[in-house]
Design a protein around this ligand. Structure first.
Ligand code: MV4
Length: 498
């Protein structure tokens, strides 16, 4: 047991704030690091101390191990939380933090290394009886051998880069005659993108669902799972909506997958919070895909259904404390949905729409949680991920959580930049989403820009407000006029609520 007094958060935005809030509740001091683009950011204001670590590009600031370690030394921080992204899954960073005599609030560098490479990850978990997609567990470079394997598992097959992640470097092979060309392409792409040209083969699972399990391990060998998150609604490997629990899992399947997830963690001696990703086919067979060795963006849905604070648990585990509960103590309470609010224009191929948050009014009320890092009037910097906020709604069951999410989206008012709120509303109201009958092709199958109602500009909003006021005052005297104007203004109102 080594107690932490001051945490440096090696991150920015909503996740830096999220971590600092828990630290403060635990009586732990906080240090922010920031780039020159983030001088006025909320995480800088929230922290007890803040240190500038360089120019705006992440490669010159948030990705610089030596600057972060120097900031820790200068402020006397005794632990570093990496958040997600940036250096969070960099084994050299985790090792450098440990070698500087500081506590890394994350897993060991060895666990990060094993799970960072898909082939070493598959090899490690195979020994623990975790189901894998049929395919190879060693690199393959000979097209003849690849055709032989593909012939026995059946086409289509998928070529994946061992070092890749998030769908990068994947290639579908439909027929034997395409194998040589696709393998060559995959290997050279992987070499260029990751500096490692190793590829492997897997049977291509069609219509898959992406279901991931939150796991948590301590440094005494205890590991539990905190149930699943359904993340099938994605756009180009970018998650859009996440929910917990998944509407397709029976409790038997949940237990089986949870047990497999715990075994994945055990296979790499994992401690801290982590996520085990599974792909689930149309027959409900599940297969291990990869493990993310960090706190995830979508961790709040798990917090809402379990009542736990994952950051607090990460800090406790990092201090060497045992988990304060066992698997049998954990229960799912209700249903939670997270929608990601990006400064992107869904009508224009989701192009980032960075700029000034002219109006920024958050939804509120029962069951609403907004994790964000902005206030009205702030600029969204061009250099980083354009996520404005995560809107998390919790209710007694899935139907109520969907209704609550729609209500909250309609309360959310953002002007100055385009956002994905209207797109998320489209998802919430789509029959396939409502019935739970969807897979990772949801966006591809159902979304086109014309499904979005147009978002008005500010003058139009003012006009709408004036029309609404007129309608209200006339309704008392002349009903016909009210009906007529009422139609116009309700259209405006619908548009405004996007
Ligand atoms: C697959 C697959 C089908 N079959 N593997 C995409 C990202 C990476 N984590 C793995 N991915 C996939 N692996 C086999 N053998 C389909 C995907 C996939 C996917 C997975 C999860 C969520 C969204 C996805 C979108 C497209 C493809």
């Amino acid at each position: 047991m080594r107690s932490i007094n001051k945490i440096l958060v090696a991150n920015r935005g909503e996740i830096a704030l999220r971590i600092m809030r828990t630290a403060r509740e635990m009586g732990i001091k906080t240090v922010a690091v920031f780039s020159e683009a983030d001088r006025k950011a909320l995480h800088v204001r929230f922290a007890d101390e803040a240190i500038c670590i360089g120019p705006p590009p992440s490669a010159e600031s948030y990705l610089r191990t030596e600057k972060i370690l120097e900031a820790a030394k200068r402020t006397g921080a005794d632990a570093i939380h990496p958040g997600y992204g940036f250096l969070s899954e960099n084994e050299d960073f985790a090792a450098a933090v440990r070698d500087a005599g500081l506590i890394f609030i994350g897993p060991s560098p060895e666990s990060i290394a094993v799970m960072g490479d898909k082939l070493t990850a598959k090899a490690a978990v195979a020994k623990y009886g975790v189901p894998l997609v049929p395919g190879t567990t060693t690199p393959i470079s000979d097209p003849d051998e690849a055709r032989k394997i593909a012939g026995s598992i059946g086409y289509p097959v998928l070529i994946k880069a061992s070092a890749g992640g998030g769908g990068k470097g994947m290639r579908i092979v439909e027929r034997a005659e395409d194998m040589s060309e696709q393998m060559e392409r995959a290997m050279s792409e992987a070499k260029a993108a990751f500096g490692d040209g190793s590829v492997f083969l897997e049977k291509y699972v069609t219509q898959p669902r992406h279901i991931e399990f939150q796991i948590l391990g301590d440094q005494h060998g205890n590991t539990v799972h905190l149930f699943e998150r359904e993340c099938s609604v994605q756009r180009r490997h970018q998650k859009v909506v996440e929910e917990a629990p998944s509407s397709i899992l029976t409790s038997e399947k949940r237990n089986a997958m949870g047990e497999a997830a715990v075994n994945v963690a055990k296979a790499c001696g994992y401690f801290n919070a982590g996520t085990v990703e599974f792909i689930v086919d149309a027959q409900s067979n599940f297969y291990f895909l990869e493990m993310n060795t960090r706190l995830q963006v979508e961790h709040p849905v798990t917090e809402q259904i379990t009542g736990l604070d994952l950051v607090r648990l990460q800090i406790m585990v990092a201090q060497g404390q045992p988990l304060p509960f066992s698997q049998q103590d954990l229960k799912i309470n209700g249903h939670a949905i997270e929608v990601r609010v990006y400064a992107e224009d869904p009508a224009n191929n989701f192009l980032p729409d960075i700029g000034n948050l002219k109006t920024y009014v958050r939804p509120n009320g029962p069951g609403i949680r907004v994790d964000d890092g902005f206030e009205q009037g702030m600029d969204i910097p061009f250099y980083y991920d354009p996520m404005i906020a995560k809107l998390v709604c919790h209710a007694g069951d899935r139907e109520a959580a969907i209704a609550r999410t729609i209500r909250a989206i309609d309360e959310y008012t953002v002007t100055g930049v385009q956002t994905t709120l209207g797109f998320c509303r489209f998802v919430m109201t789509h029959p396939a989403f409502i019935t739970g009958k969807f897979d990772t092709r949801f966006v591809e199958l159902y979304f086109k820009p014309s499904v979005l109602q147009p978002a008005p500009n500010l003058e139009e909003e003012e006009l709408a407000a004036a029309l609404a006021a007129m309608r209200l005052s006339r309704r008392e005297s002349t009903p016909e006029a009210a009906t007529n104007d009422g139609e116009i203004s309700s259209k405006w109102k619908q548009a405004r609520l996007q």
